[in-house]
Design a protein around this ligand. Structure first.
Ligand SMILES: [Zn+2]
Ligand SMILES: [Zn+2]
Length: 170
C-alpha cells in the first residue's frame, strides 16, 4: 500500500485521515493456516510535524481460523494498530542512525510503502493458539467426537494404567 505523503500537502501540525480497503488474501497468510474472508480495512491518520510524518494505522480484518482444540474453523475479527514515522530519504542521509529502526519508514519523493507495516500488524495480532471459544472442550482423545457438540463416555472407559493393576488384584 503506497501513498504519496507529499501530495497530501499538509501544513505543519495538520492531520489527515484516509481509509482504504484492500481486496484479496495475501499468499503468506496460508502458511499461518488462515485466510482473509473479507476486504482488509486500513485507516491511516497522517500527521505532518513540519519535518516528518507520523502515521498511525488501524487495521480491521475478518479471518478464518482453525481452533487448536476442536479443529473447527471459526470466524475471527482482528484489530491491530501500528505507528510509523516517515522520513524522506534525502533528510535521512544527513542524520545519525536512528535509535529504533522498526518505527521509521523512508519515503522516496514522498512515496511511503505501508505494506510491511500492515503485514507485521496482521501477524502480531493473529492468535498463536486460536480457540473457537475460551472454554472449548476440544475433541475426545479416544473417539474423536467434538465435545462441544456431543458427549461421549469414552473417558470413563479408559483406565489409568496405575489403576489397572489394582483392578487385577480385585
Ligand atoms: Zn474449539
Ligand atoms: Zn469419546
Amino acid at each position: 500500500m503506497r501513498i504519496n505523503l507529499k501530495q497530501l500537502r499538509l501544513r505543519s501540525g495538520q492531520k489527515k485521515t484516509m481509509q482504504e480497503k484492500l481486496e484479496g488474501s495475501p499468499e503468506w497468510l496460508k502458511e499461518m493456516q488462515t485466510v482473509l474472508t473479507d476486504s482488509l480495512s486500513v485507516e491511516l491518520q497522517v500527521e505532518f510535524t513540519g519535518k516528518q510524518w507520523v502515521v498511525r494505522g488501524t487495521l480491521q480484518a475478518s479471518l478464518q481460523l482453525t481452533c487448536s482444540r476442536c479443529l473447527k474453523e471459526f470466524p475471527y475479527r482482528l484489530e491491530g494498530n501500528f505507528e510509523r514515522i516517515v522520513v524522506s530519504t534525502t533528510d535521512m542521509k544527513m542524520r545519525k542512525p536512528l535509535e529504533d529502526d522498526d518505527v521509521y519508514l523512508f519515503a522516496e519523493e514522498g512515496w511511503a510503502d505501508f505494506g510491511q507495516a500492515i503485514e507485521e500488524t496482521l501477524v502480531l495480532n493473529i492468535p498463536m493458539v486460536p480457540l473457537c471459544r475460551e472454554d472449548c472442550s476440544g475433541l475426545c482423545a479416544v473417539c474423536g467426537k467434538n465435545l462441544n457438540e456431543e458427549t461421549c463416555h469414552c473417558r470413563n472407559d479408559v483406565i489409568d494404567p496405575r489403576l489397572e493393576k489394582l483392578k487385577n488384584l480385585l
